[in-house]
Write a protein that binds this ligand. Structure first.
Ligand code: NI
Length: 137
């Protein structure tokens, strides 16, 4: 049977600050630039979650996209949308909320929660031009 890759997209807004408390203020300003702004700033994030598998004999689905949508909302979107990523989100605690770290954390939120298929890729757009992708390696 052929493997098919099915993707569900979602959108959310969140605030953050990139700051490494182990480093000096000067190092943080130099390293993170505008994303180190002490009074936070926001991004319009786009998330794409890809599930791989073979279409089911009875449904023709790799994964029921309505169910994938529900799981993405329950485990990720509802917990980060209109939130402060540094302060409000338990699964990002102790982490510098770069797109890279956030993307990996989203993978761990979804891994093992899918009704069928295998989690293949989490792609997180912080802006239209800045994207991180994680495939669980
Ligand atoms: Ni930023």
């Amino acid at each position: 049977m052929p493997t098919v890759y099915v993707t569900r997209k979602a959108h959310f807004n969140a605030a953050h600050r990139l700051h490494n408390p182990d480093k000096s203020d000067a190092w943080n300003r130099e390293t993170f630039g505008k994303c180190n702004s002490p009074n936070w700033h926001g991004h319009n994030y786009n998330l794409e979650v890809t599930v791989a598998g073979e279409p089911d004999d009875e449904t023709g689905y790799v994964v029921d996209l309505a169910e994938l949508k529900r799981i993405m909302h329950e485990r990720v979107i509802d917990r980060v949308d209109h939130k402060n990523l540094n302060l409000d989100v338990d699964f990002l605690e102790g982490m510098i909320p770069t797109t890279e770290n956030f993307c990996i954390a989203i993978w761990h939120q979804l891994e093992g929660a899918l009704p069928s298929g295998e989690l293949h890729c989490v792609r997180l757009y912080e802006t239209e031009r800045n994207v991180a992708e994680y495939r669980g390696e």
